[in-house]
Design a protein around this ligand. Sequence first.
Ligand code: OGA
Ligand code: ZN
Ligand code: ZN
Length: 397
Amino acid sequence: MTETANGEAQPRLLKVTRDDQAKWYVADLSDYYSGKYPYVWLRDNCQCSQCYNKECLQRETLTADMDPEVLPASESVVDDGRALEVVWPDQHRSSYRADWLDCQRFSESQIDPISHPEYQVWGAEMNGNIPTFDYASILSTDKVLYEWLRVLQTTGIALVQRAPKEKGVCRQLAERVAFFRRTIYGEEWQVESKPNVSSLGYTSKYLVLHTDLPYYISPPEVQLLHCIEQAKGKGGENQFVDGWNIVRQLKAEHPEAYKLLSGVPIDYKNAATDQYPFHMKASRPIIDYDLRGELCMRYNDPIRAPYMLMPVEKVTEMYKAIKLFNQVIYRPQNLVHHRLTEGEMVTFNNRRLLHGRSSFEVQAGSSRLLEGGYIDWDEVRSRTRVLREKLYGIKRL
Ligand code: OGA
Ligand code: ZN
Ligand code: ZN
């Protein structure tokens, strides 16, 4: 390794050996990292202007043209270990920079922590300890924005404090990241007790622990909830529970219930009129996992459909399992309570956490007003990677 002007270690190719049996090079990139680079993969990822478009950063070679059995004609390490040059049987020449090779990893152990965050599982000890961020600092300082987004990925919940007590705050934050996830309720929405409502959320009633919008095949991922006006009387507190903690306890204590809850789809339906008439339906297990293996809880009693498209023999067992699930989510050791103050926001992973609200008193001349919105992980992660590169110079993967 050598150092750049800013003190960062620069990988160099110390040694490159052929393994024609396995059809890869073994390249020692430093004293501690030795990578395997399959021949066909190298040919596919040739960086020359014929094979790779440097303007739009996209590949122009076609997989259909690759020979998986290809053996390079020759190779050499050049520029004092900074590049590997390969000549192919058709005399095509490729050059691969050592720092580029260092960024390409096949092994699981090198997985990007932003794509696969390490979860910090929590319970009641989070009461009074929810990570907090300052609203103005998130808007002004990239490092604070980066840290807030990382906490959302690892802890799954964060408070954002000292925001103005007015509409538009969720939008400011969403646009600081990227943009809102639009749903049937629009981009941002208000939770307020009002007459003729399309959701129980819009009353002053108690809201049981739930996830939002489980009737979407892909429910929104990060939720922002900003308190513009809190109930003047009693109530209006929020509750949160960490789904990973619930899964852990259910698996250990009620494996049969866990099997039903994670294996048998439950039907959700929401047919009403908000900004326009809608009729949404999805049928997925309460404890669901997405394509990345991440938790996607779908639990929302008020909008569970009356029909249950499961074998009728399973219905009674399913009720038992859901009751056990409720016992676990409401254990005091698992619950976190927080009453938002005016100007405060709670931001959380809507697929991992369940959230609820206690009922509140509506006093004449005042109301309780929250504004909310969603952002999806793809946007959050993309922004986090861009910030990581900008702040820390880390380009890997
Ligand atoms: C909802 C909701 C929270 C609150 O409407 O889905 O979770 O505090 N509201 O009103
Ligand atoms: Zn090429
Ligand atoms: Zn909700």
